[in-house]
Design a protein around this ligand. Structure first.
Ligand SMILES: Nc1ncnc2c1ncn2[C@@H]1O[C@H](COP(=O)(O)OP(=O)(O)OP(=O)(O)O)[C@@H](O)[C@H]1O
Ligand SMILES: Nc1ncnc2c1ncn2[C@@H]1O[C@H](COP(=O)(O)OP(=O)(O)OP(=O)(O)O)[C@@H](O)[C@H]1O
Ligand SMILES: [Mg+2]
Ligand SMILES: [Mg+2]
Lengths: 223, 223
């Protein structure tokens, strides 16, 4: 369960200060499927990065299962991210020197502190690659992939460690209708069948309205 | 007027060869507004890069106003790109060390072979920045912008030289509804009022159906 209290995020650029998130208070229960919508620049990516422990807030409290994140050291945060959190970035952040298979396998190798996969892990990765429809591209590197193909690799990578919570930042922005629906179906099934908590920032309002719970961010405030 | 005849694009990776575009034949008339749709991986970005003279085809002919592009040297191609073509990339390709203003101004400085803008040019850039709603972010650098803000900078940059033809690769993939509509309106007006030829690759089928002409790419073929 993720708990946020009095959260602010400010950027300062010398003299100018920009407050992007203003007094955010919310909680996300285990197993929930939540969408976060809002105009461009309203703070969705910023909020998701803070919730996903990829960035720190300027002020306020973030708790995971009752534990205040600010009381954790870097190793503890890193372990929490690697084992429990899956993050799908708006712009993927794939490793350009690694193939599709290697990019997806990496979090698994980090978690197991090994530089190769067991047979069953290999099967799990191949299964994921099939689910995102990229069997024919598994040996390509990111710059040999289309935009939507890169996006799907980023999605698979976030799922490979079977995280407890997934943060998805615009996971379908570059996908065609068919792929969009199959990714939504994939996420919905992970939520229903495996109880994975899912938080999706999206401009797809039609989809956002189908999620059981929706937060609207306007100018840094949650409505 | 852009003319394509028997166009193929193949990638080879050692032994494997992948044919992404297959025998493309089409022409785009001056002042047309055309959309190119198709599933993820169907070849839209690849086709747009070739049409925009950013990449070469494996086989086939590309003509601009009757001139075969393969007969041009690099300087001639570069001049044609800079003066007549505006390209909006699916993933923006902004310069990370430059501010919003500098990123947008760059093509103008290249065209005029000057490292600063005249007063009237400065005004034109500021006008564009207003049209895309980024006055409050003009001194930010790309990593200080949201996804949709970066996309809008990429759009403005493609327009600053008042090109004769604009290639837009998924120009609204990261935009909210309001920004999406204002970008479409901006492009429509450039087409109607200034006669600029516009070619848009998009997953937004609702929008694609509103363009006077639509090509559907399926597995590298134009339908
Ligand atoms: N490092 C930074 N320094 C200054 N301002 C920043 C920085 N990073 C982001 N911002 C600003 O914070 C605001 C919120 O950014 P954020 O990326 O969270 O928006 P968003 O809701 O994800 O938008 P989009 O829908 O366009 O992706 C933006 O207006 C952006 O300009
Ligand atoms: N350098 C490359 N080497 C090998 N294959 C490539 C290379 N670049 C692209 N491809 C392949 O070419 C196909 C078409 O890519 P392209 O980027 O044109 O698709 P697209 O229609 O723009 O897709 P999307 O809607 O996902 O952006 C993809 O299947 C991709 O894997
Ligand atoms: Mg964002
Ligand atoms: Mg593309």
């Amino acid at each position: 369960i993720v708990h946020v209290n009095g959260l602010y995020k400010k950027y300062s650029d010398g003299e100018k200060e920009l407050t992007v998130l203003k007094d955010i208070n919310l909680c996300i229960n285990k197993g929930e499927l939540v969408s976060i919508t809002g105009p461009s620049g309203s703070g969705k990516s910023t909020l998701l990065h803070i919730l996903g422990i990829l960035d720190s807030s300027t002020k306020g409290v973030l708790k995971y299962d009752g534990v205040d994140i600010s009381n954790m050291n870097e190793n503890e945060k890193s372990a929490l991210r690697n084992r429990k959190i899956g993050f799908i970035f708006q712009f993927f952040h794939l490793f350009s020197e690694l193939t599709v298979i290697e990019n997806i396998s990496l979090p698994l190798m980090i978690k197991n502190k090994r530089n190769r996969l067991l047979n069953k892990e290999h099967k799990a990765v191949e299964q994921l690659i099939q689910e995102i429809g990229l069997e024919k591209r598994s040996l390509h590197r990111p710059n040999q992939l289309s935009g939507g193909e890169q996006q799907r690799v980023a999605i698979a990578r976030a799922l490979v460690n079977q995280p407890e919570i997934i943060f998805a930042d615009e996971p379908t922005g570059n996908l065609d209708k068919e792929n969009r629906e199959s990714i939504y179906k994939l996420l919905l099934n992970l939520n229903k069948d495996k109880g994975i908590t899912i938080v999706i920032a999206t401009h797809d309002e039609a989809f956002a309205k189908t999620t059981p719970r929706m937060f609207k961010l306007v100018d840094g405030y949650v409505m």
